[in-house]
Write a protein that binds this ligand. Structure first.
Ligand code: CP
Length: 314
């Protein structure tokens, strides 16, 4: 497939879940992201999208997703309109998401939304006349996080087949893990899902994976750490617990420290979508395994590539 057809495939489409991104499109995004990464390092100016406007609506806190999307749009030569919190828009006066999206799509060419409710990005896409990108909907999905996560793995290992990826932490509420497992189920990747019993990956995520794709579910990291190529650590999502006692019961359930890295095999890496609280101790930052800050930095070229493919006019 030539590059022009790939641009046209993603153009004018929403990215709500990872299912909206074909595998060939993902690899094409990676190739373009690598080119953008080189261009950014060399200081080359890109003005391909100077007539384009991105609107960002963040109804939940964010550092990486909002800033890297906005940075990506600026780096492409475009402009950004930003609603960084619900109280800074007419949502605070009771305006519906539907009306907000109807209006925002007449002011912009593409919209990124983060919202506390599962399904909100899908709803937004029904009322927007411009493409919607889901920047995280409740405990639903975070598809662009998966793109940058897998770009990080791809740069490190070149492939996803025959890797062992261990996903650790809050797999119930952690939307990044839902998107990640779903996308990885397209490959011959071995997946370990390690969490406290109360924070296991929801059945609706597991039961929707392809029937021949098996995951190993456990609460014991020690049994899989030595075979792991990628340890993907996640934060316990305190803000999503309905019962504070349930949160108290899982605080500090896992702590990745320097000793953990000694049990890991040579060449293995530790990732985290961030923010981290106490699940990875700061001493790990200095080990050769740590990739989480590079992973977050990869958000800019990856999002540049995605925006570029969604907006490109051929
Ligand atoms: N990884 C991630 O979504 O980070 P933020 O919440 O800071 O956007």
């Amino acid at each position: 497939m030539d590059l022009t057809s790939l641009f046209l495939m993603l153009k004018q489409r929403d990215v709500i879940t990872v299912d909206d991104i074909e595998t060939t499109e993902m690899f094409d995004i990676f190739e373009l992201a690598r080119q953008y990464e080189k261009a950014l390092k060399s200081g080359k100016k890109i003005n391909d999208f100077e007539s384009k406007i991105m609107a960002t609506f963040f109804y939940e806190p964010s550092t990486r997703t909002r800033l890297s999307f906005e940075s990506a749009m600026h780096r492409l030569g475009g402009s950004v309109l930003s609603v960084p919190e619900p109280k800074s828009s007419s949502a605070a006066k009771g305006e519906t998401l539907a009306d907000t999206m109807r209006m925002a799509s007449s002011y912009s060419d593409i919209i990124v939304i983060r919202h506390p409710l599962d399904g909100s990005a899908r709803l937004a896409s029904k009322f927007s006349s411009v493409p919607i990108i889901n920047g995280g909907d409740g405990s639903g999905q975070h598809p662009t996080q998966t793109l940058l996560d897998l770009y990080t793995v791809w740069k490190e290992f070149g492939d996803f087949d025959n890797l062992t990826i261990t996903i650790l932490g809050d797999l119930k509420y952690g939307r990044t893990t839902h998107s990640l497992v779903r996308m990885l189920s397209r490959f011959k990747t071995r997946i370990n899902l390690i969490s406290p019993e109360t924070l296991k990956m929801p059945d609706h995520v597991i039961s929707n994976l392809p029937r021949n794709f098996k995951v190993n579910v456990s609460s014991d990291l020690n049994t899989v750490i030595s075979e792991t190529d990628v340890l993907y650590v996640t934060r316990i999502q305190k803000e999503r617990f309905v019962d504070p006692n349930e949160y108290q019961g899982v605080i500090g359930a896992y702590s990745i420290n320097e000793e953990t890295t000694h049990a890991m095999k040579k060449g293995s890496i530790i990732m985290h979508p961030l923010p981290r609280i106490d699940e990875i101790t700061p001493e790990v930052d200095e080990t050769p395994n740590a990739r989480y800050f590079q992973q977050a930095a990869n958000g800019v070229p990856v999002r540049m590539a995605l925006i570029s493919k969604m907006l490109k006019v051929n």
